[in-house]
Design a protein around this ligand. Structure first.
Ligand SMILES: Cc1cc2nc3c(=O)[nH]c(=O)nc-3n(C[C@H](O)[C@H](O)[C@H](O)COP(=O)(O)O)c2cc1C
Length: 243
């Protein structure tokens, strides 16, 4: 089984999204999956031109000559795709959105009503990778991922696929915090991510127990908020000193 991560954080290896992805992939590898971790920011991905040439002149292929050609084949060939993105303005990052727009060549132009009576395009290929979503946000509450939850469910329908796992972490910046006091809490959360990676490979879903653990705050929201505000105080004071 092949799992391919497309990470849409501009912070790449330094990102909180990457901390989540690393743990998830280590579990997936342990369960025997072949994995690939792609940082979209390191690729040249131009935005979609809306010309529909990928449906007309060169079916299945975009006319733009950039890295998307290779990324598209990786997307088509993988069994499980992980859309990994920081939450930006309640949505995916711009880098991720550009990438998602450029996946349109996997569909063909024809309209067809699905089982809910809603129009979709048919899929050009016989198979579509199953979808896992990994995201983190600056605000601590899990409710900030409402848009992403709906978005990826609809994307799965558009692609005749399914979302088999969603891992959302409010207050993601805590994952990179080196304070000794926080280490055991972060360690426990990372263990859950590792287990989630294993479960996805072994069962193509997350267990209720793992979902419950992943949804719990790493530390209480109030503690996170006061820590975040103190850290902003410090950062802004340093800047003031320099001015
Ligand atoms: C442009 C921008 C928009 C953001 N929008 C939100 C948001 O709507 N809600 C939120 O909780 N955090 C938001 N954040 C915070 C990021 O989600 C957070 O810092 C996250 O940890 C970044 O992940 P990364 O390190 O993998 O890039 C935003 C950050 C940036 C730079």
């Amino acid at each position: 089984m092949k799992i391919t991560v497309f990470n849409g954080s501009p912070r790449a290896e330094k990102g909180n999204t990457h901390i989540m992805v690393e743990e998830f992939l280590s579990g997936a590898k342990e369960a025997g999956a072949e994995t690939e971790n792609i940082f979209l920011v390191k690729n040249n991905i131009k935005h979609c031109l809306g010309c529909y040439n990928c449906w007309i002149q060169t079916p299945g292929e975009c006319i733009i000559k950039d890295d998307m050609k290779e990324l598209l084949s990786k997307f088509i060939e993988t069994d499980i795709v992980v859309f990994a993105t920081p939450l930006y303005v309640d949505n995916v990052s711009g880098i991720m959105k550009n990438f998602m727009d450029r996946l349109i060549p996997v569909l063909d132009p024809y309209f067809k009503k699905d089982e809910n009576g809603e129009c979709r395009h048919t899929n050009r290929y016989n198979k579509s990778p199953k979808i896992v979503v990994i995201s983190n946000s600056g605000f601590p509450e899990q409710s900030h991922f409402q848009v992403l939850q709906l978005l990826f469910r609809r994307i799965a329908k558009n692609m005749q696929s399914e979302v088999i796992g969603e891992i959302y972490r409010g207050g993601g910046p805590i994952l990179g915090n080196k304070m000794l006091l926080l280490t055991p809490f972060i360690h426990n959360y990372k263990k859950c991510l590792h287990k989630a990676g294993k479960e996805i490979v072994e069962n193509l879903k997350l267990s209720d127990e793992t979902i419950q653990k992943l949804e719990k705050p790493i530390i209480p929201d109030e503690q996170y908020i006061s820590g975040a505000n103190k850290s902003w105080d410090k950062t802004l004071a340093k800047i003031k000193d320099k001015l």
